[in-house]
Design a protein around this ligand. Sequence first.
Ligand code: SF4
Length: 305
Amino acid sequence: MEEKRYRAISDCYREKFGGKVAKIALDGGFTCPTRDGSLGTGGCIFCSGRGSGDFASSRLLSITEQIHQGKTQTAKKWTPVGYIAYFQAFTNTYAPVSILRAKYEEALACDGILGLSIATRPDCLSEEILDLLEEINEKTSLWVELGLQSAKEETAAFIRRGYSTAVFDESVRALAKRNISVVAHLILGLPKETENDLLDTIHHINRLPLEGVKLQLLHILKDTDLAALWEAGQVPVLSEEEYLLQLCAAISHLREDITIHRLTGDGPRQLLLAPLWSLNKKQVRNHLAKKLKEENIYQGMFYSP
Ligand code: SF4
């Protein structure tokens, strides 16, 4: 058996549910404060018109119908032991509590749903919403995914994140205090960021009570403000070799109990302008496994509290 070099989400699913689990991406019909005019209208510079929910079903379908569609798609390829309903598109706590409760409960009532994963912004978690999430967490497996992207404030301003790193930190602590598993989203290859900036972000999250992290490659998607900058030659993208180097650095400095929920990019083929090498996810995963083995890299080897 191949030696484990990092803690993957599949390890967590196996421990919790006894086998492989599929995540069904959903569009709950929400919007986002940096899109609806509350904080802005353009959204984050990398975000597509589908609010980072490019793999979710149509919002015109009910949650039950979307889950049914997701299960049918999965069944064509493999048979999981169950499913996580993943509220992915836009900001999935950006609505009155009664609406949120109805959507989450509709998902949980579907056959085979083992838990929920809710992607949201740290500035959209009122006490009332935290109470609801705590209640949901008591009856099922729940992950709340929060976008950090980078701990560096200049980068956050450039990508128009719309909240400070301190707001992210406070929300992670508030969720963890309620025993809710929190996953941070990070982007590798952000404009003007060096490997040292990435490592500063890794050291930053190591100090937080996080259950997991998603390491995502910066993608240039059609019709985004980032695409305009890239087309004008103002924003470079990482080569596969550069990405692998950054991933290895991130993994080796990451606290060893933090579960890695994602390691490769996931840009939708019809929207992705660059980098096109990232479409071959299997190849990227194989190259990463080879590099980790050859260079004897494992999670947390350079971590110090
Ligand atoms: S917070 Fe999420 S949904 Fe909103 S603009 Fe940014 S990436 Fe898109």
